[in-house]
Design a protein around this ligand. Structure first.
Ligand code: SAM
Length: 269
């Protein structure tokens, strides 16, 4: 089994995605999407950005490596009667089912960054996007003090070291790495731009319950807890995560609202 696919089919990412819907919609509202635009959402999950793009009238294809998330996305699109939004399985490192120059806009929000072989990923995104089109990526930033980078940092201290040759997904949050990958794929460096943006995680319960949600349903956190349990350190991991979520929570009531900074990359082709 492909470990990249197994990681994301583990648990149920739709439970975490539910906390990211509002930010997904806001990001999409800022992408100048017009009716009839052909949009690819790569590493789309269950459609946090694909569905809002389709509601704006775009013709949206969501591609994801996890079959359970593809099914969930198709169910969500059908429930809303969005005939212009469909989801299929695929690997961002090799989009063999998609023709050259097929899309006006390729979006990948915390999606393609998790695929192996980042140079192949950049090459595939450039290949399927038409000249004159755009690529927009949202990527978490390594060592950033906000939520997601800190979850990964804490979790990695409890997990076995990655295999030899593993390229961290977080390198997609480093501007020089992103520029190197897209220029190798044929994009012009002066057409690659960066800005910092914010996603907000909104959860209806307190921070400790949100940590429990990650522990039960988010593949990377599930793996970290499995490794920690094997070493008798699961309680320490839980304590560190609850302290992190609590410290970053900005909600004035019993719910959780945590902002997280990401790198927004735009490549004009
Ligand atoms: C953090 S989730 C984000 C999902 C979605 N973009 C969102 O904003 O909710 C990462 C997604 O990337 C997908 N993914 C990971 N590796 C992939 C690959 N090689 N090709 C396509 N999708 C991949 C996962 O299955 C998962 O849905």
């Amino acid at each position: 089994m492909n470990p990249n696919k197994a990681l994301w089919e583990k648990g149920d990412f739709t439970r975490i995605a539910a906390s990211m819907r509002e930010s997904g919609e806001s990001l999409v509202a800022d992408l100048e999407i017009t009716p009839g635009m052909a949009v690819l959402d790569l590493g789309c999950g269950d459609g946090t950005t694909a569905l809002p793009a389709a509601r704006l009238g775009a013709d949206v294809l969501g591609v994801d490596i996890a079959s359970n998330l593809v099914e969930a996305g198709n169910r969500r699109a059908q429930a809303e009667d969005l005939g212009n939004c469909r989801f299929q399985e695929g690997d961002a490192s090799n989009l063999e089912d998609l023709s050259d120059d097929s899309f006006d806009l390729t979006v990948s929000v915390f999606g393609a960054m998790f695929a192996p072989r980042p140079f192949d990923v950049a090459k595939e995104m450039v290949r399927v996007t038409r000249p004159g089109g755009r690529i927009v990526m949202g990527n978490w930033i390594p060592n950033d003090p906000t939520l997601v980078a800190q979850i990964l940092k804490i979790s990695s201290a409890y997990s076995p070291p990655p295999p030899e040759g593993f390229v961290s997904p977080m390198t997609w949050g480093v501007e020089s790495d992103v520029t190197e990958r897209f220029t190798a794929a044929g994009a012009r460096p002066e057409h690659i731009s960066f800005r910092r943006d914010t996603y907000r995680f909104e959860f209806p319960g307190p921070p400790a319950d949100f940590v429990a949600e990650f522990r039960a349903y988010y593949g990377p956190t599930m793996n970290a807890f499995e490794a920690a349990e094997a070493n008798g350190r699961a309680a320490d991991l839980e304590e560190e995560l609850v302290a992190l979520f609590t410290a970053q929570n900005e909600s004035p009531d019993a719910s959780t609202s945590i902002p997280a900074t990401f790198l927004r990359v735009t490549v004009a082709l």
